[in-house]
Design a binder for this molecule. Structure first.
Ligand SMILES: C/C(=C\C(=O)SCCNC(=O)CCNC(=O)[C@H](O)C(C)(C)COP(=O)(O)OP(=O)(O)OC[C@H]1O[C@@H](n2cnc3c(N)ncnc32)[C@H](O)[C@@H]1OP(=O)(O)O)C(=O)O
Length: 353
């Protein structure tokens, strides 16, 4: 009688059997395909607080009823970072579980009305672009438009367009040149002066931009806090959003990948950097994010810091108690390497209230 657990026998059996695969390859996506994602998620207070606590997003309006009411909410709502991460996490099984990396995202938008705990998310995605990678023949590049909806009412709660590198079944011939020709290196073109706003209210950003106007100056500063990545941020947080990307929890497979190790979920890196930035401002409401890019891997032991550049401040927010500010945020690691960048539009509370 064959003992299937005998190591030699088992190794041979493993070699001969088929693997029931998970996820899709580049060849499985065609422009216009619509995918209804089967996993759903009820947005809970616990999930929200776990995400926000670990990423240092401690805005009291998302934790305390009195602070929530002062912001015009009935109770502490679901934070837009957790909502975004959960909307994306649910899609991974269908879109990117096969491997490849989250490269970027744009047009991230939320409705004005808050989302409360107990809302059930239903998510769908449409393939909007498939492209050959000219530098990596074993991957293609796929973009999807994803919408996270309230399963009961159908209202869109979070939508965005995202791009991943996705493995091909069969590598293709490429010229290996990369999409863009290398730009001539004329050295950095930075302003002479860097201005830090005096505080975190709308008027502080407005005043700093006025000071920089017409000068060779930028409103740009770094935030002191850092968050070293550990098992919780790298493996636990993505799994709590049903993100099944092996990049975050399968050390065995990832040892033979471009990163060589499990890496932090892009939404954890980004949310952590945003948490550092928000700790130095009076956030009123998140409006949206554009041009988000993930530049290099973040792994266990790396520390995520944040840098902010203020781009504009307009007195046109949805509430008279706030103004609209556009920022560029750059997350960077302990070696000062940028790991994430993106622009963010947020309503920032006015000092006068
Ligand atoms: C969710 C989820 C997974 C994750 O969260 S993974 C963690 C977050 N993402 C990362 O850590 C990736 C960080 N990025 C990198 O380390 C490097 O970009 C990477 C993936 C190693 C590739 O580096 P390369 O130096 O080989 O190449 P490029 O950076 O120039 O990019 C390769 C090709 O992709 C094109 N591309 C890059 N960014 C974008 C973008 N935002 N939109 C569209 N296309 C983009 C780039 O032009 C290159 O194209 P070629 O034709 O020249 O090959 C999950 O699983 O879903």
């Amino acid at each position: 009688m064959t003992d299937w657990t005998d190591p030699d026998t088992f190794a041979q059996a493993l070699e001969q059997v088929e693997t029931k695969e998970k996820g899709n390859c580049f060849e499985d996506f065609a422009d216009g395909d619509v995918i209804e994602h089967d996993p759903g998620l009820t947005l809970t207070r616990f999930g929200n607080e776990q995400w926000m606590g670990q990423t240092l997003n401690h805005d009291p309006a998302y934790w305390r009823t009195d602070a929530a009411e002062a912001r015009g909410y009935d109770e502490p709502p679901i934070h837009p970072d957790y909502l975004t991460a959960a909307t994306l996490g649910i899609t991974v099984e269908d879109l990117s579980e096969k491997g490849g990396y989250f490269l970027g995202r744009t047009d991230v938008r939320f409705p004005e009305a808050p989302v409360y705990a107990g809302t059930e998310l239903h998510v769908e995605s449409e393939v909007v672009n498939t492209a050959t990678s000219s530098s990596r023949p074993e991957y293609g590049i796929v973009s999807w438009r994803t919408r996270g909806k309230d399963a009961e009412t159908g209202e869109v709660l979070c939508s965005y367009e995202r791009t991943n590198m996705i493995p091909r079944r069969e590598p293709v011939a490429t010229d290996g040149s990369g999409a863009a020709a290398a730009e001539a290196d004329d050295g950095p073109d930075l302003p002479e002066e860097f201005i830090t706003p005096d505080g975190g209210y709308f008027e502080d950003f407005q005043a700093a931009l006025e000071e920089a106007d017409g000068e060779n100056a930028a409103v740009a500063y770094r935030h002191e806090r850092g968050r070293t990545q550990d098992d919780v941020t790298v493996a636990q947080l993505p799994l709590s959003t049903l993100n099944t990307a092996k990049q975050h929890h399968n050390v065995d497979v990832m040892s033979d990948s471009p990163s060589g190790d499990i890496v932090t979920y892009g939404d954890v890196t980004r949310s952590t950097a945003l948490g550092h930035a928000r700790s130095d401002e009076q956030t009123w409401r998140e409006v949206g994010f554009d041009d988000e890019s993930f530049h290099t891997f973040v792994a266990v032991g790396d520390t995520v810091y944040a840098f902010t550049r203020v781009l504009s401040a307009e007195d046109d927010a949805s509430s008279e108690q706030a103004g609209t500010v556009t920022f560029e945020h750059i997350a960077f690691n302990q070696d000062d390497e940028p790991v994430y960048s993106g622009t963010r539009t947020a309503e920032i509370q006015k000092r006068s209230n």
